[in-house]
Design a binder for this molecule. Structure first.
Ligand SMILES: Nc1nc2c(c(=O)[nH]1)N[C@H]1C(S)=C(S)[C@@H](COP(=O)(O)OP(=O)(O)OC[C@H]3O[C@@H](n4cnc5c(=O)[nH]c(N)nc54)[C@H](O)[C@@H]3O)O[C@H]1N2
Ligand SMILES: Nc1nc2c(c(=O)[nH]1)N[C@H]1C(S)=C(S)[C@@H](COP(=O)(O)OP(=O)(O)OC[C@H]3O[C@@H](n4cnc5c(=O)[nH]c(N)nc54)[C@H](O)[C@@H]3O)O[C@H]1N2
Ligand code: SF4
Ligand SMILES: [Mo]
Length: 898
C-alpha cells in the first residue's frame, strides 16, 4: 500500500485496558481511535485505484479517487463488462459507508446484559483467544456440532469461507437466510434437471443471462417472471435490458409481477399475478404450449426425457430389466412406433426411431406412460381460464403473453419470489420445463447458457468436505429437506429449534457474519426466545445493528468493500476488487475465520490443525493470509495478484471464445458421441426423476469426504418429479380476519438490511412505502401518505401508504426496513417498527425439497395509524450525525504475508 498510514499502535497484542465501556448507536463519539473530521482536500495528488463495489452481488467496477490516503470520490469504471461504467446509489454511497462515524472500529466485548448496549474495547488477540477457547470447550464438553455459523447470502463474495470455517471447526450447522429462500431452489432444480453446472439457471439478478449483455444477442422477447432487474441489478441487468430495448429491433417483454415495476412499465404485457400462485400459471402455460403444439419437437424428442417410458410403480423411468429387455439399470426405454414395441435407448437416439413424446403404451399387459404424457396429464386441468381465476389475471392477457413467448427467440428470467414460498422447487421445475419445451437451451439468444467457464475463482470452493460422516449426519433438518445438501447448509427452523429447545441437541454458540439478521429472517421476533439459551454469540459486521445490540456478546469489526480484495469473473473478463484504504482495526472477514482456526490449531485442536493440510482438506487447505488466498483465486491464470490488481479489469478470453453455444451437441472424444447434459441420462429431465431420487437417497448431493456414495434414509414423502399447484397455506380465498396478501421486492437504494444508516440514501427513501390499491385503500380507510399498521398472525409493524394502481388489488407490497436511529434508545423497536419480517413465517408448511418457508404470499390486515412512529427519522437534517468522518489509513492488523 502506498498511502501514508497511521502506525499500528500495538493493536494486536496489547492486553491493557483500552477504554471505558461505551454504547453503540446514533453517533459513537468516544475517541478511542482518532478521527479527523476535516475533508481530505488539502492539496496533494489524486491517485486513481481500480476496484469494484460490493454493496450488492453485481460487483460493478469502480474507479476510486484517493488523495492523501483518503478516498474522496468514486465513479464507475467504463471498462466494466457488465455495468459499463454505471454505478447505482448504493455503490455511490461507498464513501459514506466507509467513513461512517458508527463503523465497528475494533473488537468489543459486551459488559452488562444483552440488550443494554454496553461494550468495552478489547484487543484482537484477546478476542481471537477467547473465541478459540470457547470453541474448544464446546467441542470437548458437548460436541462441535453445538456451534452454529451463519452468513449473509445476497451479494456475499465470502459465502464459501463461512462453510470452510464450519468444516474447520467441525460443525455441520452452517446456514444463511437466503439459500432455501433464495437461489438454491432455482439453482438446484436446474442442476437436477439439466446438470449444466451451478451458475446455469434462470436467475438474472444473480448475474446470469450472459447472452443479454451483448446487444447483438438474437433475443426477440423476454419473460420477467417475478424479477425486477431495474431495481435488483440496477447497473448491470437493468442497464443491459434497457439497452436491448433501445436496439433497432427492440425487445418485447412480458412482466409477471403483482407490481407495476419499472420494467413492467416498458413491457408489452404486464400480468399482475396474485403472490404465491405462480405454479398455477406455469402449468397453464405448459398446457397451452402442448395443446397448441408450440414446443420444439426436435429438442424435446432428442434432448429431453419426454419420450422415456416411466414405470408407474417405481415412479422412475422404466428399466429394461423391468420389461424383459436386455440392458442395465443405467439404460432407458423408449417406444418404437414403427415396430409397436419398447426398445432400449441407444444414446443419443436410436437410428431410424422417432419415439412419441406423449402416450401410454402396453407392455406385457400393463400400461406405461412416457415422461411427456405424465407432464401433459399433470397440467390437464390448467386451462387459461382456470389460471386466470386462481392468479387473479385476465385470460386474454395471459394468451397475449404466451404468443409473445412462443414467437421468435425468447427466454424466461425467474426471480426470487418463487424461492420464498412453499412451492419453490415446483416453480423452478415448472419454468425450466417451459424452456426445455421451447428448446431454449444453449442457443443464441436463450437464457440458459453454459458459456466458457472462467478459470479464475470468485469463491474458493469448500471442496474440502472433510466433515466425517457421523458429523454430516448431525446436520440439522437435511434428512427431510435433502436439497440443502447441495449448498452444505442446515435447515434454519431446525437450527432454531435446537437453539431454543435443545432438540435434538443444544446449540451453545452462534457465529454470525453479516448485517441485521432481524431484518432478513422469517418471523424474526423468534430470536427473542432463542438467544437467551445461547452461551456465546459473536457478530462480525461493519456497523452495529439490532442483532449486535440484542444478541451479541462480542463484536468483531469487518472491512468495508473499499478495504478488501477479490477476483471477480464477469463474462469474458475479470474485475478486481482491491483495498483502497484500511481503517482502524477492521479485518477482512475471511481472514478473521483463518485467525480463529489458526489459534485453535496452536492450542492443539487436531481438526483445526488438519484444516491447513492438503490431506485434511481433500486438497484445498485453508489459506493462512490474504496473499495465499488471492493466489488460490488466480492460480489457474498463472498471474500474480499485483499484476491483476494493476490491470483492474481484463479479458481472460475473447468474446468469441467465451460465447459458446450448443455445448451439448459437441462430440465427447471419449465416447465419440454428443456430450449431452450433466444428468444421468445426459438429457434435460422434463420428468425430473432426479428430484424423486434426491428425496429417496440424497443423490446426487449426499457425498461427504469420508463416504463418497452415502445413501440417506428417504424423506417422509416422495419429492415430485413434476410441478404441481397448491393454494398458499394462508390464503385470501378463505381468510376473513387477514384479508390482504403481502409481498415484497427490492429497493434500488438498499441491499437487504444494509445501508439504512447512510444519510443520502435515507434522504431518498427515508421510510418504507406500503403500496395499496385505491379500492383497498377506500375499504380500509387509508389515505395516500398515511402511516399504517400492518398485522399478520405473527406480529405487527408500520409502513407509509402509497395508494396506487401499480399494485394488484388485494395485495400489499412493502420491503424490509429498520431504524438504526433507535439503536441507543430502543433497540427492539429499531428492528420491529417498520420491518416486514416480524410478519413473515418460518413455520410449516415447508417446501419438501429445501425447507423453504414463506416470506411472500401470506395474509395481513391494514389499519390506518393516528401518527407517525416516534423517533423514526424522515428529514434530511436528522441524518446529520451519520455524515462521513474521513480518517487516515491504518496498518493492517494481522501480518498478511507477502
Ligand atoms: N421478507 C423477506 N425476507 C427476505 C427476503 C425477502 O425478499 N423478503 N430476501 C431473502 C434473500 S433473497 C436473501 S439473499 C436474504 C439476505 O439476507 P442476508 O443474507 O443476511 O443479508 P445480506 O445483505 O445478504 O447479508 C450479507 C451481508 O454481509 C455484508 N457483507 C458483505 N461482505 C462482507 C464481509 O466481508 N464481511 C462481513 N462481516 N459482512 C459482509 C453485506 O454488507 C450484507 O449486509 O434475505 C432473505 N430475507
Ligand atoms: N437493490 C437491491 N438489489 C438486490 C438485492 C437487494 O436487497 N437490493 N438483493 C439481491 C438478492 S440476494 C436477490 S435474491 C435479488 C433478487 O432480485 P429479483 O429476483 O429481481 O427479486 P425482487 O426484486 O425481490 O422481486 C422481484 C419482483 O417479484 C415481485 N413479486 C413479489 N411476489 C411475487 C410473486 O408471488 N410472484 C411473482 N411472479 N412476482 C412477485 C416483486 O413485486 C418484485 O418486483 O436481488 C439482488 N439485488
Ligand atoms: S449495482 Fe450498485 S450496489 Fe450493486 S455492485 Fe453495482 S454499484 Fe454496487
Ligand atoms: Mo437473495
Amino acid at each position: 500500500m502506498t498511502q501514508p498510514t497511521i502506525t499500528r499502535r500495538s493493536f494486536v497484542k496489547s492486553a491493557a485496558a483500552l477504554g471505558a465501556a461505551c454504547g453503540l448507536g446514533v453517533a459513537v463519539s468516544d475517541d478511542l481511535v482518532h478521527v479527523d473530521p476535516a475533508h481530505a482536500d488539502t492539496g496533494g495528488d489524486v491517485k486513481i485505484v481500480k476496484t469494484a463495489c460490493r454493496a450488492c452481488i453485481a460487483s460493478c467496477a469502480v474507479l476510486a479517487h484517493v488523495k492523501n490516503g483518503r478516498v474522496i470520490k468514486i465513479e464507475g469504471n467504463p471498462e466494466s463488462p457488465m455495468s459499463q461504467g454505471g454505478l447505482c446509489a448504493k455503490g455511490m454511497a461507498g464513501i459514506q459507508a466507509l467513513y461512517h462515524p458508527n463503523r465497528n472500529k475494533y473488537p468489543m466485548r459486551r459488559v452488562g446484559e444483552r440488550g443494554q448496549n454496553q461494550w468495552e474495547r478489547i484487543t484482537w488477540d484477546e478476542a481471537i483467544t477467547e473465541i478459540a477457547e470457547k470453541l474448544i470447550e464446546i467441542d470437548e464438553k458437548y460436541g462441535s456440532e453445538c456451534v452454529a455459523v451463519s452468513t449473509g447470502g445476497g451479494g456475499n463474495p465470502h459465502f464459501s469461507n463461512v462453510k470452510r470455517f464450519g468444516e474447520a471447526v467441525n460443525t455441520p450447522n452452517v446456514w444463511e437466510p437466503g439459500c432455501a429462500q433464495c437461489y438454491l431452489p432455482r439453482m438446484g432444480a436446474s442442476q437436477l434437471s439439466n446438470g449444466m453446472g451451478k451458475p446455469n439457471n434462470l436467475s438474472f439478478a444473480d448475474s446470469n443471462g450472459w447472452d443479454y449483455y451483448f446487444t447483438d444477442s438474437p433475443v426477440d422477447s423476454l419473460v420477467l417472471w417475478g424479477t425486477d432487474p431495474s431495481n435488483s441489478s440496477v447497473a448491470t441487468g437493468g442497464r443491459a435490458l434497457a439497452e436491448l430495448r433501445a436496439r433497432e429491433q427492440g425487445l418485447k417483454t412480458v412482466v409477471i409481477d403483482p407490481r407495476m415495476t419499472m420494467d413492467a412499465a416498458k413491457a408489452e404485457v404486464w400480468l399482475p399475478i396474485r403472490p404465491g400462485t405462480d405454479a398455477a400459471l406455469l402449468m397453464a402455460w405448459t398446457k397451452w404450449i402442448i395443446d397448441n403444439e408450440k414446443y420444439d419437437e426436435d429438442f424435446c424428442t432428442n434432448w429431453t426425457n419426454m419420450p422415456y417410458i416411466v414405470n408407474p410403480e417405481t415412479r422412475l423411468t422404466l428399466k429394461p430389466t423391468e420389461c424383459g429387455l436386455e440392458g442395465t439399470d443405467k439404460d432407458y426405454v423408449i417406444w418404437d412406433p414403427a415396430e409397436g414395441k419398447p426398445v432400449v435407448l441407444e444414446y443419443p437416439m436410436n437410428e431410424g426411431v422417432t419415439p412419441p413424446l406423449f402416450g401410454t403404451y402396453e407392455i406385457d399387459g400393463k400400461q406405461y406412460p412416457t415422461g411427456g404424457q405424465l407432464l401433459k396429464e399433470s397440467v390437464d386441468e390448467f386451462t387459461l381460464a382456470k389460471a386466470a381465476e386462481i392468479c387473479w389475471l385476465d385470460e386474454g392477457q395471459i394468451e397475449k403473453a404466451l404468443e409473445i413467448y412462443t414467437s421468435g427467440q425468447s427466454g424466461i428470467m425467474q426471480g426470487v419470489p418463487i424461492d420464498q414460498y412453499e412451492q419453490s422447487q415446483q416453480c423452478a421445475l415448472g419454468a425450466l420445463n417451459l424452456e426445455y419445451l421451447m428448446g431454449n437451451v444453449q442457443k443464441p439468444g436463450a437464457m440458459l447458457q453454459s458459456f466458457k467457464p472462467c478459470p479464475a475463482r470468485d469463491q474458493i470452493p469448500n471442496t474440502p468436505r472433510f466433515l466425517k460422516k457421523e458429523k454430516m449426519l448431525k446436520r440439522l433438518g437435511v434428512q427431510e429437506h435433502k436439497g440443502l445438501l447441495d449448498w452444505d447448509m442446515a435447515f434454519i427452523p431446525a437450527v432454531f429449534k435446537a437453539m431454543k429447545d435443545g432438540d435434538p441437541y443444544q446449540i451453545h454458540a452462534w457465529f454470525e457474519r453479516s448485517g441485521n439478521k432481524h431484518v432478513v429472517l422469517g418471523n424474526a421476533t423468534c430470536l427473542d426466545e432463542i438467544v437467551p439459551n445461547l452461551d456465546f454469540v459473536c457478530h462480525i459486521f461493519m456497523y452495529p445493528t439490532a442483532f449486535s445490540v440484542l444478541c451479541a456478546d462480542m463484536l468483531l469489526p469487518s472491512a468495508e468493500w473499499l478495504e478488501t480484495n477479490l477476483v471477480i469473473p464477469q463474462l469474458n473478463a475479470i474485475v478486481i476488487r482491491q483495498a483502497v484504504t484500511h481503517l482502524f482495526e477492521t479485518v477482512e472477514e475471511g481472514l478473521i475465520w483463518t485467525q480463529i482456526v489458526q489459534k485453535m490449531a496452536e492450542m492443539g485442536n487436531v481438526h483445526a490443525q488438519e484444516a491447513f493440510t492438503a490431506e485434511g482438506t481433500n486438497g484445498i487447505p485453508m489459506y493462512k493470509n490474504e496473499y495465499e488466498k488471492q493466489k488460490l483465486h488466480l492460480n489457474n491464470l498463472k498471474m500474480s495478484w499485483e499484476e491483476a490488481a494493476e490491470k483492474g479489469v481484463f479479458e481472460w478470453c475473447t468474446e468469441e471464445e467465451y460465447r459458446t453455444y450448443y455445448g451439448y451437441k459437441a462430440v465427447d472424444e471419449a465416447t465419440g458421441k454428443a456430450k449431452g447434459f450433466g444428468t444421468p441420462s445426459k438429457k434435460c429431465e422434463v420428468y425430473c426423476e432426479s428430484n424423486t431420487i434426491l428425496g429417496r437417497t440424497g443423490f446426487p448431493w449426499s457425498q461427504c469426504f469420508e463416504e463418497k456414495n452415502l445413501v440417506l434414509e428417504p424423506a417422509s414423502k416422495d419429492y415430485e418429479p413434476l410441478c404441481y399447484y397448491k393454494e398458499p397455506a394462508e390464503s385470501p380465498l378463505t381468510d376473513t380476519e387477514y384479508p390482504l396478501v403481502l409481498t415484497e421486492g427490492r429497493l434500488p437504494m438498499y441491499h437487504h438490511g444494509t445501508l439504512r444508516n447512510i444519510p443520502y440514501l435515507r434522504e431518498i427513501y427515508p421510510v418504507p412505502e406500503m403500496w395499496i390499491h385505491p379500492d383497498d385503500a377506500a375499504t380500509y380507510g387509508v389515505e395516500d401518505g398515511q402511516w399504517c399498521t400492518i398485522a399478520s398472525r405473527r406480529g405487527e409493524t408500520h409502513g407509509k401508504a402509497r395508494v396506487t394502481t401499480a399494485i394488484a388489488k388485494g395485495v400489499i407490497y412493502q420491503e424490509r426496513f429498520w431504524a438504526p436511529e433507535l439503536l441507543d434508545t430502543d433497540p427492539e423497536r429499531a428492528y420491529r417498527v417498520m420491518n416486514i419480517n416480524v410478519l413473515t413465517k418460518n413455520d410449516e408448511p415447508y417446501n419438501p425439497e429445501y425447507g423453504t418457508y414463506t416470506l411472500r404470499g401470506f395474509q395481513v390486515k391494514v389499519t390506518p395509524d393516528a401518527a407517525a412512529p416516534e423517533g423514526v427519522w424522515t428529514e434530511p437534517e436528522q441524518f446529520e450525525p451519520w455524515m462521513p468522518q474521513p480518517s487516515d489509513p491504518t496498518e493492517e492488523v494481522f501480518d498478511y504475508g507477502a
